[in-house]
Design a protein around this ligand. Structure first.
Ligand code: ADP
Length: 554
C-alpha cells in the first residue's frame, strides 16, 4: 500500500509538472509572438514616417545590421520593391502572401510561417501605406519545438530537482497517511479516530470481531456443558481419533481403567495395556462394534467400542466403559446359587429315592422298615426346611414381603424365640438366657423372629456341652442393640467374611449333622437389610461368637 500511494503521488506530481511545463511553453510562445508583433508594428510606423520624410532612398541607406526586423517594400501589384535581407529583383511576386492580402483588404495583416529546417517561426506584419504600397516587416523567433529544445537542459534540471523534492515529500506524506492505518488495533478499532474512508471497513471488522467473540463464547459454553456432562457421567467415556490419540477422556474412564491422573492426551493404549482393550480399540477403528470385558484390579469393566464415521470413512472411535463388577458378581452368585440349590436338593432326594426303591423291592427285612422310613422322613424334613429357607431368601431378595411394618418389642420377640428353642437348648445341654430392656423398633414380626431364631439356633447348634447363649437387648443413642453371644466353637478368622454367603458352611460335615442348610446367616443378613439394620459379627475360635445388630429405635 505504501508503494502504491508513493507511486500515485509521484505520478500525479510528474503529470502536473509536465502539464505545467507544456502550458507554460505555450503561454510563453504566444506572449513572445504578441510582443514581436507589437514591436514590428511600432517599427513599421517609424519606417513609414521615415519614408514619408526621406522618400524611398531612406530604405537604401538603412543599416540593415542595426535593425532587428527584415523590411520588405511591396508594390500594390505584389512586386517586391525593396528587401533588407535579399535582392528584391530575385524575389517573386508577393501579392498572394497572406499578410499582403490582409493589408490590401484591411490596412494591416499578420501571418506566421513555420520553417521546419530552422526550428523557427517567421512572423510577418504588413501595413498598407498611403501610396498603396505595402510595408512588410518580418522577424524570426523560436518555433514551439525550438523553444522546447532550447530550454530542455534547464527544464530537465528543474524537473530532476522537483522530482527529488516531490519524492521526499511523497515519502513523508505516504508515511503520514499509512501511520494511523498501521496503528489500528484490529481487535478494538477506534471508529472515532480513523479516516472516514476506512470507517465502513472498521465497522465491518468490529461487527466480525463481535460475531467471532459471540461464536467463541458459544463454543466455550458448549465445551463447558460437554465437560460438565461427561465429568458427571458414571460411565467412562473416551473419544479417540483415527491415530488412537485421545480427544476426550472423562475422569470416570480414568478411574475405571485405573489410569490414575494420566494426561488426557497421547495414545489411548497408555490408559490400559491389556490385549482385550487394544483389540477393542483397533476393532472399532477398523469399523467394527465391539463389546468386551476387562478385569482391572478387583473390578470388572465392560468396554463398548464403536467406530465414528465421517463421509463414509472411520475418523475415530467412541469407547464407553461400564463398571459391571456388581452385575458380574451377581451373575456369578446366581450361577453358584443355582448349582448349590440343585446339589442340595439332589442329595436328600437321591437318598429318598434309594431307600424307597429298596423298600419297594421287598428286600428290606420287616425289622428294618421303620429305620428306612425314618431316613425318608429325615431327608424329607431336610428338603422341606431347605425349600422353606430358599423361599424366605427369595422373598427377602425380591422385597416380596407383604406385611406392613409395625412397632415391635425386640425383647418380647427374643423371649418368644427363646421359649420355642429352650427344649432344643436343653437337649444340647446349653443354657439359653434372654435379658435387657424393652426397646421398640419398626418392623415385621415374622422377619425379626426369623433373625433372632436363626442366630439363637446357630448359637445352640455350634456350641459345646455346658455352653451358654445370651441374648441381650439394649438401647443406645436412639438405637436398639441386639446381641446374640455364645460360648461355642467359634468361627475361624478366614471364614468370618464368608459365613453370610449362601450355602457357605465352615465345617460341612458338622453342619449336615446338625441339619443346617447353609442359608441361615444369609437369611439373617437380608432380613437385617430389610429392617434397615446394621450387622456385625465377632468370633474367636473355640471361645465363642457374638452377632450384634443395631436397629433404629422408635
Ligand atoms: P447352617 O445352616 O449351616 O448353620 P448358616 O448360614 O446359619 O448355615 O451358617 C453358616 C456357617 O457359619 C455354619 O455352617 C457354621 O459353620 C458357621 N456358624 C454360624 N453360626 C455360628 C456360630 N454361632 N458359631 C460357630 N459357627 C457358626
Amino acid at each position: 500500500m505504501t508503494k502504491r500511494i508513493f507511486a500515485g503521488i509521484i505520478s500525479v506530481s510528474l503529470l502536473t509538472m509536465i502539464a505545467c511545463i507544456v502550458l507554460l511553453m505555450g503561454v510563453m510562445y504566444d506572449y513572445m509572438g504578441e510582443k514581436i508583433d507589437e514591436e514590428m508594428k511600432n517599427e513599421a510606423r517609424l519606417v513609414e514616417a521615415a519614408l514619408d520624410g526621406s522618400g524611398p532612398d531612406y530604405l537604401e541607406g538603412l543599416d540593415t545590421a542595426a535593425i532587428r526586423s527584415r523590411i520588405t517594400l511591396i508594390a500594390g501589384d505584389g512586386e517586391v520593391l525593396f528587401d533588407s535581407d535579399a535582392d528584391s529583383e530575385d524575389m517573386s511576386n508577393h501579392l498572394e502572401r497572406e499578410e499582403v492580402q490582409e493589408a490590401l483588404a484591411g490596412g494591416e495583416g499578420y501571418a506566421v510561417r513555420h520553417s521546419s529546417t530552422l526550428s523557427e517561426d517567421t512572423r510577418y506584419y504588413a501595413m498598407k501605406m498611403d501610396d498603396g504600397s505595402i510595408l512588410r516587416l518580418s522577424t524570426s523567433h523560436y518555433s514551439k519545438m525550438g523553444l522546447v529544445m532550447d530550454t530542455l537542459g534547464v527544464v530537465l534540471a528543474i524537473a530532476v530537482i522537483l522530482i527529488a523534492i516531490g519524492a521526499l515529500i511523497a515519502n513523508r506524506v505516504t508515511k503520514a497517511i499509512i501511520r494511523p492505518i498501521n496503528q489500528i488495533d484490529l481487535n478494538e478499532p477506534d471508529i472515532e479516530k480513523n479516516y472516514e474512508e476506512i470507517l465502513p471497513l472498521l465497522r465491518r471488522i468490529n461487527q466480525q470481531n463481535a460475531r467471532i467473540r459471540g461464536q467463541m463464547e458459544n463454543l466455550s459454553k458448549q465445551q463447558n456443558e460437554f465437560r460438565i456432562i461427561t465429568e458427571n457421567m458414571a460411565e467412562g467415556l473416551i473419544i479417540i481419533d483415527r491415530d488412537m490419540e485421545v480427544l476426550t477422556c472423562n475422569s470416570s474412564a480414568l478411574k475405571m481403567l485405573d489410569a490414575g491422573e494420566s494426561a488426557e492426551t497421547g495414545t489411548v493404549l497408555r490408559l490400559n495395556r491389556s490385549e482385550a482393550f487394544r483389540q477393542a480399540v483397533t476393532g472399532a477403528l477398523a469399523g467394527r462394534h465391539l463389546q468386551t470385558l476387562l478385569n482391572v484390579n478387583e473390578s470388572i469393566c465392560e468396554i463398548i467400542a464403536n467406530p465414528v464415521y465421517d463421509g463414509g470413512q472411520v475418523t475415530g472411535a467412541i469407547l464407553i466403559i461400564l463398571d459391571v463388577t456388581e452385575k458380574e458378581r451377581g451373575e456369578a452368585l446366581r450361577r453358584e446359587f443355582t448349582s448349590n440349590v440343585s446339589h442340595e436338593l439332589k442329595t436328600p432326594l437321591t437318598s429318598i429315592y434309594g431307600v424307597s426303591d429298596m423298600l419297594g423291592s421287598g428286600l428290606v427285612k420287616p425289622e428294618d422298615v421303620a429305620r428306612f422310613a425314618g431316613t425318608i422322613k429325615e431327608e424329607s424334613a431336610r428338603l422341606i426346611s431347605l425349600i422353606e429357607d430358599i423361599i424366605k431368601l427369595s422373598r427377602l431378595d425380591e422385597n416380596n414381603v407383604h406385611e406392613e411394618k409395625e412397632p415391635l418389642d425386640v425383647l418380647g420377640v427374643a423371649e418368644e424365640v427363646a421359649r420355642r428353642l429352650t427344649p432344643r437348648a436343653e437337649a444340647e445341654k446349653v443354657e439359653l438366657s434372654v435379658s435387657g430392656e424393652h426397646v421398640q423398633i419398626m418392623g415385621v414380626e415374622s422377619i425379626l423372629d426369623e433373625i433372632i431364631y436363626n442366630l439363637c439356633d446357630n448359637a445352640i447348634k455350634y456350641n459345646k456341652e455346658g455352653g451358654r447363649v445370651d441374648v441381650n437387648v439394649s438401647s443406645q443413642d436412639g438405637s436398639c442393640l441386639l446381641s446374640v453371644r455364645d460360648t461355642g466353637i467359634g468361627i475361624p478368622k478366614s471364614d468370618l467374611k464368608r459365613v453370610f454367603e449362601r450355602f457357605y458352611r465352615v465345617d460341612k460335615s458338622h453342619s449336615k449333622e446338625t441339619g443346617g442348610t447353609g442359608l441361615g446367616l444369609s437369611i439373617v443378613k437380608h432380613a437385617v437389610m430389610f429392617l434397615d439394620g446394621r450387622l456385625e459379627i465377632e468370633s474367636v475360635e473355640n471361645e465363642g461368637t457374638e452377632v450384634k445388630i443395631s436397629f433404629k429405635a422408635v
